[in-house]
Design a protein around this ligand. Structure first.
Ligand code: SIN
Length: 292
């Protein structure tokens, strides 16, 4: 029985309510655990004080949203660069002359949409991206939401016995299954190989110092050092556990909205429920460090 199913109720920690107020942006939380809409800022020209508060809002909410942004491709890239070097996706299409500006697009002719299962972006990289900034410019009339899940809360809600079991384990994350043939409809030829890496099953966030569950259905293939069937069983349990709606928020896009998520402590999942309508935008992804 896990900590969510026993009689003690979920062991969900909420942020302290007495934090200092924000002064240069507004914060409207989607849920107590994850997600906040940040208002009063133009991402094309944020002030230094606003940048400090955006960093803080991301650390406190794991994913932050901005509405009604008018960004050129260059301004989107420039905003991303304020958080670090930009990552180039190992497989996905990008805009002409901007390899770091990934295309997120699905329409009536698409065989699939990007990010339909729970994942943390490109966790198969040796140094997976710290964050991703998605700017949606064309929305379907309804649907196309993105779900986000808090991996600190997923970790915290595990039983002490499960936490002890997972301590020190590593897992293989592999891009092969996800990426081979996936972008053929964009005219992209496959590469000879795709990234593969080993990461801790539980990682410590470099900014908050908190522990987060770091396995995801999209990329994590097996836990090392235990029999294959045991790895399959534990991963199946963890994938089901992390997908509990208690850990989630759901963002309803409007044209010119931006979502900025922290891949080190959040997973996300895009809903492709809008066929035959179109959804289009760009993602700028920020490089990260090796998980520890
Ligand atoms: C992704 O970056 O995984 C896609 C997210 C989305 O399209 O909402």
């Amino acid at each position: 029985m896990n900590a969510l199913a026993n009689n003690q109720g979920p062991r969900i920690k909420h942020a302290a309510g007495d934090a200092a107020p924000y002064e240069t942006v507004t914060i409207d939380k989607l849920t107590p655990l994850i997600g906040a809409e940040v208002g009063g800022v133009d991402l094309a020209a944020p002030s230094n004080r606003q940048m400090d508060e955006i960093h803080r809002a991301l650390a406190e909410n794991l994913v932050i949203f901005f509405r009604d942004q008018e960004l050129t491709q260059q301004q989107h890239l420039d905003f991303g660069r304020k958080f670090g070097e930009l990552h180039v996706h190992p497989a996905a299409p990008s805009e002409p002359i901007h390899p770091a500006l990934m295309i997120i697009k699905a329409d009536k002719d698409s065989p699939r949409a990007n990010g339909e299962g729970w994942h943390s972006d490109v966790s198969c990289d040796e140094e997976p991206p710290m964050g991703s900034i998605l700017y949606i410019k064309e929305c379907p009339p309804a649907g196309g939401d993105t779900l986000f899940a808090n991996m600190y809360a997923a970790y915290d809600a595990l039983s002490d016995r499960m936490k002890a079991y997972l301590e020190g384990l590593t897992a293989v994350h592999d891009g092969e299954q996800n990426y081979r043939g996936t972008y053929a409809n964009f005219g992209i030829a496959d590469k000879p190989s795709y990234p593969r890496a080993e990461h801790p099953v539980v990682r410590t966030h470099p900014v908050t110092g908190k522990k987060a569950l770091y396995v995801n259905k999209g990329f994590t293939r097996r836990i090392l050092g235990v029999p294959r069937d045991e790895s399959d069983g534990i991963l199946a349990y963890l994938f089901e556990h992390m997908a509990n709606p208690l850990f989630q928020c759901r963002f309803r896009w409007r044209r010119n909205s931006v979502a900025f998520w922290d891949n080190r402590c959040a997973q996300h999942r895009a809903m492709w429920d809008y066929w035959p309508h179109s959804r289009y935008g760009n993602r700028v992804t920020i490089k990260g460090a090796r998980p520890v």
